[in-house]
Design a protein around this ligand. Structure first.
Ligand code: SF4
Length: 327
């Protein structure tokens, strides 16, 4: 599969406001040394607890946040240095679907105007009639009726509002959708309808997805490959089946053991992690997971493990895999 986006050594630190003049500047280490490829036509699931950096990753890729360091290459260009019309052109190709479409939809705009707005801004429609027919097409695509274009967001259910958010994201004809907790706010039955919609749209429009969620069963359902994040770093990245059958990282093991469909490896029972996720203001030295790991070794609190390819396409950041990675 062709590589669509190449992310290398990406870092994002957010400065924290100083309380006193003498205090030294502190930073939230939201992303640390993130490298991966996004392949055309795949769904890459990104899973992790809150504070893992998964949403920041989506926002940095979309250039809603500027990275502190690293490169993001799309179509031969480093996205991190784009500006003006090049950045606008990039944003036509990459769009975001948010968790709560209600807060991203202007309550004073009809749904038709909300969907047409990006097309008008980017000069994709020139007349009222062109906008109207494009909006009708978008609404039908996401399983809504064209007449609904005249209604306001408050008239819709959560699932319908998410469909409107998807229609708006699709209005510029993107290649990639970054879905950030896009079904988390929905009831389970509505969740599966929206996930099926994402799958249908992917087939019909040849889309590529980065699907960010804290719920592993959602990510498992929709993804081709899964990236597991913890405290701003990739802990494991592998094709879905491979991850569920031969996960190497203790954190992945704990996540899978807690999911409704554990794998053969984790069927012995749920692994309860000790403690809380440490603060990303001051991440632990060595392996970031060592304060909670049930397989910790002396080296783990001293030396940071690298992300190694332990089998074709299967990457792990753990000292337990050091020997496998060398082969
Ligand atoms: Fe656990 Fe050590 Fe592996 Fe980190 S490097 S996940 S602490 S075994």
């Amino acid at each position: 599969m062709k590589v669509l986006l190449e992310v290398r050594n990406l870092r994002k630190y957010f400065p924290v406001k100083k309380k006193t003049f003498r205090e030294s500047r502190q930073y939230v280490h939201a992303l640390e040394d993130i490298s991966f490829d996004l392949r055309e036509g795949e769904t890459l699931g990104v899973v992790g607890e809150s504070g893992s950096g998964k949403s920041t990753l989506g926002r940095v890729i979309l250039r809603l946040e500027t990275p502190t360091d690293g490169t993001i290459t799309y179509d031969g260009n480093d996205v991190t240095s784009l500006s003006g019309k090049d950045l606008r052109a990039f944003r036509e190709c990459f769009q975001m679907v948010f968790q709560d479409p209600y807060s991203s939809l202007n309550p004073r705009l009809t749904v038709g105007n909300a969907i047409a707005e990006p097309m008008r801004i980017h000069g994709k429609v020139r007349s009222h009639n062109e906008a109207k027919s494009a909006v009708s097409e978008m609404l039908l695509r996401v399983g809504l009726q064209p007449e609904m274009a005249n209604l306001y967001p408050h008239s819709f259910s959560g699932g319908q509002r998410q469909r409107i958010g998807i229609a708006r994201a699709l209005s510029l004809g993107p290649k990639v959708l970054i879905c950030d907790e896009a079904v988390s706010a929905l009831d389970v039955s509505v969740q599966s309808q929206v996930l099926n919609l994402f799958n249908r749209l992917k087939r019909e429009l040849n889309l590529t997805y980065i699907f960010i969620a804290h719920d592993l069963s959602v990510v498992r359902y929709i993804s081709d490959r899964i990236m597991v994040m913890y405290l701003g770093q990739i802990m494991e990245l592998a094709p879905k089946e491979q991850l569920f059958e031969t996960m190497y990282h203790p954190y992945t093991e704990s996540l899978i053991s807690a999911s409704p469909e554990p794998s053969t490896k984790t069927r012995k029972g749920r692994i309860i992690l000790k403690g809380e996720v440490p603060s990303s203001l001051n991440p632990p030295k060595g392996c970031r997971f060592h304060t909670r790991c049930f397989k910790e070794m002396p080296i783990c609190s001293e030396t940071e493990p690298e992300l190694r390819e332990v089998a074709p396409g299967h990457f792990v950041r753990c000292h337990l895999c050091a020997e496998k990675g060398r082969g």
